[in-house]
Design a binder for this molecule. Structure first.
Ligand SMILES: *Cc1c(COP(=O)(O)O)cnc(C)c1O
Length: 418
């Protein structure tokens, strides 16, 4: 008994228990993004006070927020042309139309991607040809080579930010005369051997939807160095005859013929969204670094967890870790479900690409029943093991470390029990 008349060891144990990091439950939200920067809020208020929200509603020589965003994004990506549109999915479909994909044409694309990608292909009446996924979660280049003769276009999805060997991929496509459209919804700001994602293919497409790397609620961007392609994209997006107001568009002469023959498939961006995006673009690289610090914290915390296969990132790839994936390869589905349920009980939301029914945003090639597909056993094995987790910037590094400890404990426990 101590001077306080209580058991000193018990008090000490109690104090230790209280000061021990409480790893029981994580309470952060996996879908909570950061607020819009104050500069964006102020710019948005200015647009609203002006009443001029439509991109072509400008006065005098006012360029307008949308044209300025396009100019700044083109400069940031080091490309000649940029077009801002209503969504990432719209950008993808617009890209297909701009290169003349016709109903019935086949378009190669990833078996591991999200629904807007095959959806964009289907929206122009074309037919997806799915290409498999590797354990690095990139498009399987051997499978691409095997199927390359089947189509003239590859819609390449850099799904969850994993970049394939872009040198080899571009070589395969160039040799076969296949045009590449890049879906950079998860790679805005990423690079392959220093080249910004979206600049290898004929067209790069980005999303500025809330869960991507810049947030305007909805929105999309297309980039290209090809004047004819970009002129058609601008007409398609609904420029009417106002294409000369684009600061990041081709010379007006480029439109002289196509202006009569290109349909208006209305899908413009407005000044309000562009106003919100411009200050975010200025901080893109800094934000990417913050994402990567979070990614590395989770990755480090998970390293060596029994039963968990982390995704090795090649040295050529500068990725943006806005989400993290790992594989529970060859786990029985019931065990995967158990591990996910145990993590969920402790507040850690993991998504599984292997579930029999598509749920939430998780989806895979055989979920899209409008598109024909033959079974792909090697890819199915990988898809069945992919676990996916968002890393919003509202998480601190300590949050990420805690999340990793929870996953490590719960997934490890289920694995050891198997
Ligand atoms: C979000 C997303 C898109 C589409 O973007 P939206 O702006 O939501 O239309 C396309 N591809 C992938 C992989 C995505 O995650």
């Amino acid at each position: 008994m101590s001077q306080w008349g209580v058991d000193g060891a018990a008090v000490l144990a109690h104090i230790l228990a209280m000061t021990k990091p409480t790893d029981d439950i994580f309470t952060g939200s996996f879908t909570q993004q950061e607020p819009i920067p104050e500069a964006g809020i102020e710019a948005a208020l200015r647009v609203m006070r002006s009443g001029r929200l439509h991109r072509y509603n400008v006065i005098g020589d006012e360029p307008g927020e949308v044209a300025l965003l396009e100019q700044e994004f083109a400069a940031a990506m080091g490309v000649r042309y940029c077009l801002a549109v209503a969504s990432g999915g719209y950008a993808l479909a617009c890209a297909l139309r701009a290169i003349g994909v016709q109903p019935g044409d086949k378009v190669l694309t990833n078996a591991f991607t999200l629904a807007p990608v095959p959806g964009a292909i289907a929206s122009v009446g074309a037919v997806p040809v799915f290409v498999g996924v590797t354990e690095q979660l990139t498009i399987d280049l051997a499978d691409l080579e095997a199927k390359i003769e089947q189509a003239k276009v590859l819609m390449l999805s850099h799904m969850r930010g994993h970049l394939a060997d872009m040198d080899r991929l571009m070589q395969i496509c160039t040799d076969a005369g296949v045009q590449v459209i890049e879906d950079c919804a998860h790679t805005m700001g990423a690079r392959w051997r220093g080249r910004l994602s979206g600049t290898d293919g004929l067209i790069g497409c980005y999303s500025t939807q809330t869960y991507k790397h810049m947030n305007s609620g909805e929105g999309g961007l297309l980039v290209s160095n090809d004047a004819a392609v970009m002129a058609r994209a601008i007409m398609l997006s609904g420029s009417y005859m106002l294409y000369d107001r684009h600061l990041a568009g081709p010379d007006p002469a480029e439109f002289s013929d196509i202006r009569y023959t290109t349909p208006n498939v209305s899908g413009r961006m407005d000044h309000l969204r562009a106003a919100i995006l411009r200050p975010q673009l200025a901080h893109l690289d800094a934000q990417c670094a913050r994402w990567n610090a979070r990614y590395r914290a989770v990755e480090q915390g998970l390293a060596g967890t029994p039963g968990v296969q982390l995704i090795a990132r090649p040295p050529e790839e500068s990725f943006v870790g806005s989400s993290i994936q790992f594989l529970l390869l060859d786990w029985p589905p019931a065990r995967v479900q158990e591990a996910l349920a145990r993590c969920a009980r402790r507040g850690v939301e993991l998504k599984w690409f292997g579930s029999a029914q598509p749920t939430g945003f998780t989806s895979r090639y055989d979920s899209w029943r409008y598109a024909p597909s033959a079974p792909m056993p090697a890819s199915d094995r990988i898809l069945a093991g992919i676990i996916d987790m968002r890393l919003p910037l509202t998480f601190s590094i300590a949050d990420c470390e805690k999340i990793a400890r929870i996953i490590r404990a719960e997934v490890g426990a289920v694995f050891q029990a198997c």
